[in-house]
Design a protein around this ligand. Sequence first.
Ligand code: SF4
Length: 344
Amino acid sequence: MDSAPLTAASLAGVRQWFRSEARPYPWTLTQDPYALWISEIMLQQTVVTAAVAPFSAWMARWPDLASLATASEEDVLRAWEGLGYASRAKNLHQAARLLIARGQTSLPHTEVELRALPGVGEYTAAALLSFAFHQPALTLDANLKRVFQRLDAAPAWTPALEARWRTLWAELVDGPSSRESNQAVMQLGQRVCRASSPSCGVCPLSGGCQARSLELTGVIPEPKVRTVIEKRTTVMVWYRFDGTWWLARPDKGRFSNLWLMAPASPESPAGEKRPLSGRVHTYTKYRDRLTAFCVPWTSGGDPPLPPAWSGRWVTLSEAASLGMVSVYRKILEEASSLSLDLSV
Ligand code: SF4
């Protein structure tokens, strides 16, 4: 390519667009590294609008590393409920405890130290270096890649293309301009250079955009191969006894330390069963059709559980303070709204 696809002048144009058009979110108004870390982890797999209220509630409850480190995991998981991918909350909690145990009351500010924290990968470390510590890192997320790919009319994102853009970015962006430059191009990608139907007519980069001039915006980047969804069926049993309900949780795996209902097993008692309405739980590549039955527990002792699961009897008000997978919370709410007769 003869000329650079992004220049100091065109990047200044994007920053100008950002200053006049930027959507203010709670995390774009703060310089606090801890707050920016919480927001970056929340935003990893959650849409921006869904993260605003949980972020504000989290910051009100745990405004710094020290307060998060002293929180119980139960409380942290409950606060995360609804955001999905609870391993992110566990990693935040674990990282806060690690740092406080080492006598650090604030986040480290080198890439090596940041990436050593649970849940912090290349992108998150770059975002913290840029947004919180004003270092010249490139926050190479899907939005930036799409903008850069279109500027170059490159059909695929390759290691060579990435190296080229990292070099160019390092030439154009210094520490003081890092935060605004990254945030400006990211928002441009979200709102103007969208995956489908980009608004090239209002884009400050349209003058040097190869994909636009070659009319290739519809095929660059190439559409993603659709993930093959695996269907599953899970039958859960919601035992009730003397005004309480049996909650169970696995010690390991995707839902570790989150409360669910006990999975049905050959040992599950037969007898009166009351079906609750089915739900579909979609996560990663799975679509899990959940069926739950409400069953009175009359056998004494505790209901059966798979290996490495634990359980406890709780009232509905106690369950309200426990971290659950949100689809199971909905089943719980349905069960309570049915006003089931809890006397067994
Ligand atoms: S001109 Fe269009 S395709 Fe090119 S960067 Fe702007 S919005 Fe994206």
